[in-house]
Ligand binder design. Structure first.
Ligand code: ADP
Ligand code: ADP
Length: 225
């Protein structure tokens, strides 16, 4: 099933064509990575999916609904950032339950969902800590738990591993892929790191100057004889 259709989208900033007639479909449960050098249009694409930028032309269709003119809070999409953007004065539990409270969920439902997520992400023992009492990898998992909590249709990840040191990054790559598979969520991941893309993706879209240069599975793109 198609969950996202980027329907012939172009984005211009003045004379700069950041994204040039991009047309692609993303399947439900797919881990799609946009890979390419700085300035190729990865973040702009992600920001249009999240509703933080409007396309100059074309449409964003999410689960059959045209959301092109919908603001971020009206889309069933969530984001994970490189700097985690956790609330520093809130505990892990408060960070994770925040989005559920905004959605008006009942306290028992919030407790149930939070316990499930903290357990799933091996954070149960850290519920009452604040972010400064956590390691980088743990903070990343909290950010992920917070983003997954409202059960969004699509998760947008903008270089989320960029702040981790090289050793931890390899470990978190495997964790992230595992979490994606176990939740069955659709992940739209942006990176300039080829190894990250190869390790985690079902499909890699190689971008260059706002256009798709190549697209396929990691094997298609890098291991073809
Ligand atoms: P990437 O994420 O691949 O590094 P971006 O999507 O951030 O690339 O940027 C694509 C192009 O669009 C670049 O030339 C960048 O300078 C330009 N761009 C991005 N955002 C803006 C903006 N808000 N105003 C003007 N130009 C922008
Ligand atoms: P990234 O490559 O990770 O997107 P950037 O430094 O390119 O980081 O972009 C950071 C922010 O600045 C984004 O919100 C982007 O839209 C904006 N931006 C990028 N390029 C330009 C530009 N040429 N003029 C104005 N804003 C820009």
């Amino acid at each position: 099933d198609t969950i996202v259709h980027i329907d012939n989208v172009t984005k211009r900033f003045g004379n700069v064509v950041a994204v040039d007639q991009l047309d692609m479909k993303i399947m439900a449960g797919e881990f799609v990575t946009f890979l390419g050098p700085s300035g190729c249009g990865k973040s702009t694409t992600l920001r249009m999916l999240g509703g933080f930028e409007n396309p100059s032309e074309g449409r964003i269709v999410l689960d059959g609904v045209d959301v092109t003119s919908q603001p971020p809070n009206r889309r069933d999409v969530n984001m994970v950032f490189q700097d985690y953007a956790l609330f520093p004065h809130m505990t892990v539990g408060q960070n994770v339950s925040f989005g559920l409270e905004l959605k008006g969920k009942s306290r028992p439902e919030i407790e149930r969902r939070m316990a499930e997520l903290l357990d799933f992400l091996q954070l149960s023992g850290f519920r009452d800590r604040t972010p400064d009492q956590l390691s980088g990898g743990q903070r990343q998992r909290v950010a992920l738990a917070r983003a997954l909590a409202p059960d969004p249709k699509l998760l947008l990840l903008d270089e989320p591993l960029g702040a981790l040191d090289a050793k931890l990054r390899g470990q978190v790559q495997i964790e992230l892929k595992d979490i994606q598979k176990r939740t069955g969520k659709t992940f739209f991941f942006v990176t300039h790191d080829q190894e990250e893309a190869l390790t985690m993706s079902d499909r890699i879209v190689v971008m260059n100057a706002g256009r798709v240069e190549q697209s396929g599975t990691p094997e298609d793109l890098y291991f073809r004889p």
